[in-house]
Structures are given as structure tokens and as C-alpha cells.
Design a protein around this ligand. Structure first.
Ligand code: FAD
Ligand code: DHB
Length: 385
């Protein structure tokens, strides 16, 4: 069997790429190792940059996002028992939108099906050949080969495509903490996201809908989730968000609970021959600042444009520029995520001097318009390169 673009991985990057290519008349096949229910319910990111919502909307996949997405104009940094608002829209003219990754995946899977797209679940890619482009995969108990013009490696951090790039340079950083994330059936206790810095550790109050809250707690990297009863999670969240003005954190049944490791990672270059890496397959950011999903969307937007030019005109100029174009934005997001992470988390090895510096930096970011604007323009996302 043959297609124009073989897409390895049916997460947000792979599904969106397939949809964008279809809009330009380019055929693709998406091979996803997990089943449909699994990819549609895996709890992950939720904050979308304006550039990401623009891409979804312009591609015709934004109807439900427009109805259900919650547009935000600011965020709160909370420390020393008080909140400080960063007015994102006043500072940048742009907004961000809360709309869960699970919902983007559901919308794209449904849309690909309506458009007659070929998305194969439970199809595990075993090997890729970037020179005589083809993908070997196991589906329904049989090993098959898919021949193609190009391969898109959208198979996440643990996929098979990145190891197929010879001479790859990698850059990484581990952090001495992780996030325990919960989803709870309780109306959010805030209209805007709260990023809290506390001596006990970082906490984030996000949301999914007017009735569902999403919250995160800094925990140790080797933390055992079994040690965190629902009551302990709520107590710890309440302690880290506590203010002096009587603000209260609403509590409700926890419906999902998981620990996410935190790491920074970049692989360069993002291309080898006919193989192009996109999203988590090429880079990982710690979640503080919500860049992971947004980077996946910008990579595949750049790749879809380059493939469109190649099929329309024969020119490989944009394909040749793909890796450098993406990496510029990737490194900006890497720096921002690292900066937000180290600004807000408590390093267990930090001394009191380091903590005082952190507090001074938080004071500066919330009192200087120049410093607040730096945070805001990175948070809402820089224009696509
Ligand atoms: P993925 O979503 O990882 O998709 C890759 C797909 O490839 C998967 O469906 C996988 O099953 C499939 N695959 C892997 N190997 C193969 C193979 N051999 N053959 C076929 N298919 C294969 N970002 C934020 O901004 N905020 C957050 O709060 C946040 N939380 C996160 C929590 C977790 C546990 C993780 C892992 C990530 C989180 N992220 C978060 C990051 C964000 O979710 C990712 O950046 C985003 O999912 C990247 O999309 P992707 O399509 O590149 O990769
Ligand atoms: C969410 C996750 C993030 O990492 C973040 O910085 C903001 C929001 C979320 O899942 O809602």
C-alpha cells in the first residue's frame, strides 16, 4: 500500500497534520498504536495559545472549540498569601483559551472520519526507512508495509521515529520534582488560572468547564500516587493556595489522578532525509506555562505548509527550512518553560538565599510592566516563524 505522507502517531500532532494536509488535497495515513478510546481520554494539556486556536478555527476544526472553549484575558501569580494579576490581553492584545487536549483529539478524530480520512488505531509502527520512505507496522496481528513520499514522526517522546535520525544531538534537563494532576467535579474556585508559589511547593488551579476543575501539585519525582488520598490532596492544595482574605478552595469528587514527570528535552535536527519529527517526538517542555501542545500544533502547521508548497510547486525550500524554523520557536518555549518552572517551584536542595531571590523575582514580575509583558507575550505565544 502507498500514500503521500505516512504519519506515525495519532496524538494531536499527527491528527492535526493529517487534517491540514487533507485540506490541501494531500493524502496521508495515520498509524496509532493505542485504541481510539485511549487517545481520546488521556488527560493532558488544556491551555491553548491564540495561534493554536487560530489554526484550528481556520482549518474548519474549531466549531466546538468556539462554543465550549473558555477565553481568558489574564492569569494570577499567587505568593506570600496574596494574588497578583497579569493582564495578558492588556499587555499583548492577545487571549488564551482553555479547551482540553482530549477534546481537540476527539474533534480531529471525528473530523478525519467525516472527511474519509485513514486513521488506523491499534497499528503499532515497528520501523521507518527515511531514505526509501516506508513504514513497517503491526495491525490486526499482521506486519505490513506502507510506502510513502514522506514520513511524519508524530509519535511522542517514547516513539520509534526519533531513534531513526542518525547523528541526532540532544539537549536535556531533569527537574527534582513532578506534578500530581487531578480532575475534579467541582466548579472552579477562580475565573482565571492561579499559579501559586509556596514554601510547601508549587500549585496550579486550572479548569476544564464551569463545573470541572483541573489542579496540579508539585510532588517529588519518585512520589507514590498511592500515598495521596483525596483528602490529603485537597488539604495540600488548600495550604498552598491559602490567602489572607478568606478565599476558599471548593472541593469535590476527584475523577482522575496521575503523576507527570518533568523534563526539558530537544533533539536537533528535526529532519533526516524524508523523515520529519514533530511535537513531543522532537522536544519536551516541563508543563509550567503550557507550551507542549502548542508547540506540537506549531510544528505541524509549519510542516503542512512546507508539504503543500512541495506538492503544489515542486519546491523543497520550506521543507529544507523546516527544522530551523521550528527550532527557533522550540528554544524560545524551552527557555520560557524552564524559566516559569524555576520561578515557581521549590527545589528541595534550595537554600534560603535561593528562595529570597525567587520572591524578589516574583515581586518584580508583578510590579514592573516590562517584566510582566515579557511573561505575557511568551505565555500567549509568539507569532509562527
Ligand atoms: P502525543 O500526544 O504523545 O502523541 C503521540 C502518539 O503517538 C500517541 O498517541 C502514542 O500512542 C503514539 N505512538 C507512540 N509510539 C508509537 C508507535 N510506535 N506506533 C504508532 N503510534 C505510536 N502539556 C501542556 O501544555 N500542559 C499539560 O498539563 C501537560 N500535561 C501532560 C501530561 C502528560 C502525562 C504528558 C505525557 C504530557 C503532558 N503535556 C502537557 C504535554 C502535551 O500533552 C504534549 O506536548 C502533547 O500531547 C504533544 O502531542 P504529540 O501529538 O506530539 O504527542
Ligand atoms: C494547564 C496545564 C498547564 O501546564 C498550564 O500551565 C496551564 C493549564 C491545564 O491543564 O489546564
Amino acid at each position: 500500500m502507498r500514500t503521500q505522507v505516512a504519519i506515525v502517531g495519532g496524538g494531536p500532532a499527527g491528527l492535526l497534520l493529517s487534517h491540514l494536509l487533507h485540506r490541501q488535497g494531500i493524502d496521508s495515513v495515520v498509524l496509532e498504536s493505542r485504541d481510539r478510546a485511549y487517545v481520546e481520554h488521556r488527560q493532558r494539556a488544556g491551555m491553548l495559545e491564540q495561534g493554536t486556536t487560530d489554526v484550528l478555527r481556520e482549518s474548519g476544526a474549531g466549531q466546538r472549540l468556539d462554543r465550549e472553549g473558555l477565553v481568558h484575558h489574564g492569569l494570577e501569580l499567587r505568593f506570600g498569601g496574596a494574588g497578583h494579576r497579569i493582564p495578558l490581553t492588556d499587555l499583548t492584545g492577545r487571549t488564551v483559551t482553555v479547551y482540553a487536549q482530549t477534546e481537540i483529539v476527539k474533534d480531529l478524530v471525528a473530523r478525519r472520519a467525516e472527511d474519509g480520512g485513514d486513521v488506523r488505531f491499534e497499528a503499532e509502527v515497528l520501523e521507518v526507512d527515511a531514505a526509501a520512505p516506508s513504514v513497517t507496522y503491526r495491525h490486526e496481528g499482521r506486519v505490513r508495509t506502507l510506502e510513502c513520499d514522506y514520513i511524519a514522526g508524530c509519535d511522542g517522546f517514547h516513539g520509534v521515529t526519533r531513534p531513526a535520525v542518525p547523528g541526532l544531538r540532544t539537549f536535556s534537563r531533569e527537574y527534582p520534582f513532578a506534578w500530581l494532576g487531578i480532575l475534579a467535579d467541582v466548579p472552579p474556585s477562580t475565573e482565571e488560572l492561579i499559579y501559586a508559589h509556596h514554601e510547601r511547593g508549587f500549585a496550579l488551579h486550572s479548569l476544564r468547564s464551569p463545573k470541572v476543575s483541573r489542579l496540579y501539585l508539585q510532588v517529588a519525582p519518585d512520589e507514590d500516587i498511592a500515598a495521596w488520598s483525596d483528602a490529603r490532596i485537597w488539604d495540600e492544595l488548600a495550604a498552598r493556595f491559602a490567602t489572607g482574605d478568606g478565599w476558599e478552595l471548593g472541593q469535590g469528587p476527584i475523577t482522575d489522578k496521575a503523576i507527570t514527570p518533568m523534563r526539558s528535552f530537544v533533539a536537533e535536527p528535526m529532519r533526516h532525509d524524508r523523515l520529519f519529527l514533530a511535537g513531543d517526538a522532537a522536544h519536551i517542555v516541563p508543563p509550567t506555562g503550557a507550551k507542549g501542545l502548542n508547540l506540537a500544533v506549531s510544528d505541524v502547521t509549519v510542516l503542512a505548509r512546507a508539504l503543500t508548497e512541495r506538492y503544489a510547486t515542486g519546491s523543497e525550500t520550506l521543507l529544507d527550512a523546516y527544522s530551523a524554523t521550528c527550532l527557533r520557536r522550540v528554544w524560545r518555549a524551552e527557555h520560557f518553560s524552564y524559566w516559569m518552572t524555576t520561578l515557581l517551584h521549590v527545589d528541595p536542595a534550595a537554600d534560603t538565599f535561593a528562595l529570597r531571590l525567587q520572591r524578589s523575582h516574583l515581586d518584580y514580575v508583578t510590579s514592573s510592566q516590562a517584566a510582566a509583558t515579557t511573561l505575557a507575550e511568551n505565555y500567549v505565544g509568539l507569532p509562527l516563524g
